[in-house]
Design a binder for this molecule. Structure first.
Ligand code: G1P
Length: 901
């Protein structure tokens, strides 16, 4: 029977009884040094460092149902063989019968324990898995307890097939690559070092060692090994009925060398006799390393029960500490969910958009937009290195305003695209400013805009429409001037180029061209005539933000120095915004001038003039969109979000019903393009056409009932899946954010809260706590953990709902919490770091008024170093702690209380 998830503490630790009753559950275990595992309640899943180095065979979500060749732990007893992870032919047959084992899963930040009890065998096992944050090793502790009244003889056998190669080899010479394996048994385990990385494009010598070793709880060595799958499973056997275990076959000693076979981390431990209630402990280590000494080092550090426990505690503390934001609202479960949501951006930094069972695509790494959006949450939790990260990442921008899309390891490493004409995603230039602006708000470091950064250079030129034939690898990946020097320009210049080139790249409706796609990757079939109104709105909003930053910069920066080529994009008096051919010509002239080298010459521009120039463009865009794109629907209405490849608007009222997409509404609202009245009308339309409470909230679009090969692959997906009309968390959260920003608090809260409610409703979402990429038509959470929605969710709860945000480095507080968000005592609180100090912000609403009814009247500050409560000035319903005051505060225990009356 399916049970519900139950939280056990404030850290988000939870329990789930009988997790096997739900399909497709997986949990991430990972280290900051790169090991990425996925583990199901029955220990299925995989583990890898990168695409080329999978320790366990790669699994997709469907494989979780079928694959039985992953981690297992067997107990050989006089009564027969029992799998402590529940994966044996006998246990499978007993599923959903009264003979089924009892099992309970408990999990917290990057650790999982499954306790399983078998009446038939009189055994209980507790399997705990985790990955220490600084090692590429997964540790599995198996504690086997005799629950019988009589003593039992038990032999533990760990069984982990070692795949040891690239994910590509699943369908590219699976058998041939096993011939590369060099398998050795050591005193403690089995290790495999393939001779080479097999890749017909160019084989390479392999340096990586894949291993599985084990000790008993007190550090004792195993009794022997089953180092190959063949030997372990036996002729005619299976992983559910391995003959080595079931027939209690003899194991091999240390010092064996076997070449060219599928490898097996089969570890047989010495037999023990367990009295009633006695426990025997086994420790298993699964890892990847290039240093043969690593295994001994890890065994020395962790090779006993006490040491493993210490490592587990360290791991728990590490992640709890990393996620240094805590929420306390009227719903304890929401607060605990938020702990998991706040962990998710860290997971995406490690996994990228690949490497969990739903994410069976990509080869690792993150995309450009994900890189920038994940920084948003980092700015809230650990802003320390973000400035540096921002600077380095601007090095991926090309002089034509596009950017490198292949992101290498480490900071600011971008890889050249040598594969002909590259795809250009028209939203890419947008995210860096959003992140940089938040960075400036949080830190006050406006000067980052003046930092000089180089530009990326590869053969892609003219915004991905031409190849620069003069470029060769010797030129390098940094833009040079005519005299051969690496050219650097300010971050401000990078931003100007990104936004202005986008401004001039319009289609026939004078809307920015869609090109390869925008945020919605699945709108990928309207390259020629597609236009994105949605992201034109977003750019218009950005142009205003950039102008705002320029106005602030003007106080200290008299003349902005820019590459002289930019004069094309800045011509004043402003070119006629209506003139399509002139726009095209401007872009052509500019991109042509920097198709290979830039001149190296510069011009000087007054920041105020620049600001006016950008504001003029933004105003024109917004007005143009208001006039051209509004779809009236009685007293309601919404904005058309796209034009298809036939130049037709995508949305409107069709014969098959209303065609409405959320994306266009989100950015029209967020940017300020939509007027107050329009926001109201949009919200009503969204409620009418897109809102589905049982499925988690606002769908990404209505059902178009058409394949639309002139728009994108999304229309090929079944309606309700992924980008075709699912409740896509990321866009829903951005919708909420936009509504909050515009003061539509109830509406924003609704969008945000329905998602949380859906995620927490385990019976339909069927996911562990957290926010999934989307909810499908059945309300099931899909593509769990790795989603940009998590960063935006945190951002929205902290900066909008709690209203705690940076303003040029100062801390502003102006809550937009609704009645339900206050606890019984009438308080809601948020603990977070800001300006290198720890804060607890408590909003007190004793009479439990709703947003709109209360006003922030008084605010107090209490610090650890002074018993005195200090009154803080409140102006217009807002408190502002200026940077100078923040700098004087102690590092911890600063408490700010705001009274809402
Ligand atoms: C994903 C991708 C993101 C893309 C989105 C829509 O999920 O990671 O880059 O913009 O699909 O196609 P997300 O991270 O937004 O949940």
């Amino acid at each position: 029977m399916m049970e519900k998830i139950r939280f056990l503490d404030e850290n988000g630790t939870f329990e789930l009884r009988n997790p096997e009753a739900v399909s497709g559950l997986y949990f991430p275990l990972a280290s900051e040094t790169g090991l990425k595992s996925a583990i199901a309640p029955d220990l299925a899943g995989d583990s890898k460092l990168d695409q080329e180095s999978f320790l366990l065979e790669p699994v997709s979500i469907e494989d979780l149902r079928n694959s039985r060749g992953t981690r297992n732990f067997w107990c050989v007893t006089e009564k027969g063989c029992w799998s402590a992870s529940g994966v044996s032919a006998e246990q499978e047959a007993a599923r959903f019968t009264p003979d089924q084992d009892e099992s309970v899963l408990t999990a917290g930040f990057l650790w999982q324990t499954v306790r399983r009890t078998s009446r038939r065998y009189g055994l209980q096992a507790e399997l705990t898995a985790f990955v220490p944050p600084d090692e590429n090793v997964e540790i599995l502790e198996a504690r086997v307890t005799n629950r019988d009244a009589a003593p039992q003889r038990v032999t533990g056998v760990a069984a982990v097939p070692i795949y040891g190669r690239s994910a590509d080899n699943l369908r590219d010479h699976r058998n041939v690559t096993s011939m590369l394996h060099r398998i050795r048994t050591t005193k403690y385990g089995v290790q495999v070092k393939p001779t080479m990385s097999f890749d017909e494009k160019g084989h390479r010598e392999n340096r990586r060692i894949y291993y599985v070793c084990g000790t008993t709880g007190n550090g004792g060595a195993p009794a022997g090994f089953y180092p190959t799958v063949q030997e372990f499973v036996g002729e005619g056997g299976t992983f559910l009925h391995p003959r080595a275990v079931c027939e209690d076959r003899e194991a091999r000693p240390a010092g064996m060398e076997i070449d060219g076979r599928e490898a097996m981390g089969g570890i047989r431990f010495p037999e023990v006799t367990l009295g009633p209630g006695e426990t025997s402990v086994y420790l298993i280590f699964l890892g990847i390393t290039e240093d043969a000494g690593d295994m001994d080092r890890i065994l020395t550090a962790c090779g006993t029960e006490e040491r493993v426990h210490a490592a587990l505690e360290r791991t728990k503390a590490y992640w709890q500490d990393k996620v240094n934001v805590r929420y306390q609202t009227g719903s304890a479960d929401f607060d605990r969910l938020m702990r998991w949501v706040s962990l998710q951006p860290l997971l995406r930094r490690i996994y990228g958009c690949s490497f969990l069972p739903h994410h069976d695509y990509g080869r690792g790494g993150r995309g450009w937009r994900d890189l920038w959006q994940d920084c948003l949450s980092l700015l809230l939790m650990d802003p320390g290195g973000v400035g540096e990260m921002i600077q380095a990442s601007f090095g991926g921008v090309r002089m034509d305003g596009t950017n490198a899309t292949i992101i290498g390891e480490g900071l600011g490493n971008f890889i050249a695209d040598r594969n002909g004409i590259a795809r250009v995603w028209m939203d890419h230039a947008l995210w860096p400013l959003m992140t940089t602006k938040l960075y400036i708000d949080q830190t006050g470091d406006l000067d980052i805009l003046r930092a000089k950064v180089s530009y990326f250079k590869d053969p892609q030129a003219m915004r991905g429409t031409e190849i620069d034939g003069q470029w060769d690898p010797a030129y390098g990946n940094r833009q040079r001037t005519a005299s051969g020097e690496v050219y650097t320009g300010s971050i401000l210049e990078h931003l100007l180029i990104q936004h202005l080139t986008a401004f001039y790249e319009v289609g026939e409706h004078n809307i920015f061209r869609l090109r390869g796609a925008d945020w919605n990757d699945a709108l990928d079939m309207a390259t020629e005539r597609g236009e994105s109104v949605a992201f034109t709105c977003a750019y218009a909003g950005n142009l205003k933000d950039l102008a705002g930053l320029l106005r602030r910069l003007a106080e200290t920066w008299k003349n902005v120095e820019l590459a002289e080529e930019l004069e094309e994009l800045l011509r004043t008096p402003p070119m006629a915004c209506d003139d399509l051919s002139e726009k095209k010509a401007v872009l052509e002239r500019y991109t042509r001038r920097c198709a290979h080298n830039v001149s190296g010459g510069t011009i000087r521009v007054l920041p105020m003039e620049l600001a006016e120039n950008l504001e003029g463009k933004a105003d024109w865009l917004m007005e143009h969109i208001r006039r051209q794109e509004w779809i009236a629907d009685g007293r309601d209405g919404w904005f058309n979000s796209y034009y298809d490849n036939h130049g037709q608007p995508l949305e409107g009222i069709a014969e098959t019903g209303a065609r409405m997409m959320l994306t266009g509404q989100v950015f029209a609202i967020m940017s300020g393009t939509a007027t107050e009245e329009q926001v109201k009308a949009i919200a009503r339309s969204a409620d009418k056409y897109l809102y589905k409470k049982e499925e988690g909230g606002y769908r990404l679009n209505t059902d178009f009932h058409e394949l639309k090969f002139d728009m994108g692959r999304m229309f090929g997906f079944a309606y309700g899946e992924k980008e075709n009309g699912a409740v896509f968390s990321h866009m829903t959260v951005m919708y909420a954010n936009a509504l909050y920003r515009r003061g539509f608090v109830r509406e924003g809260y609704k969008a945000l809260q329905t998602l949380a409610d859906a995620a927490l409703d385990f019976e339909s979402s069927k996911i562990y706590p957290g926010i999934p990429e989307y909810f499908n038509a059945e309300g099931r959470g899909m593509y769990h953990y790795l989603t940009g929605a998590a960063s935006w969710y945190m951002l929205t709860v902290i900066t909008e709902a709690f209203g705690v945000r940076g303003e040029n480095g100062s801390l502003a507080i102006a809550p937009k919490l609704v009645r339900e968000q206050f606890g019984e005592a009438g308080t809601a609180s948020l603990a977070l770091p800001f300006a290198g100090k720890r804060f607890q912000v408590i909003a007190v609403n004793l009479s439990r008024k709703d947003y709109g009814e209360y006003r922030l009247e008084k605010a107090y500050l209490t610090t650890a170093d002074g018993p005195q409560m200090r009154r803080l000035p409140v102006a217009e319903g807002r408190v502002l702690l200026d940077r100078a005051l923040l700098d004087r505060l102690p590092v911890t225990e600063n408490q700010i209380t705001v009274e809402l009356m």
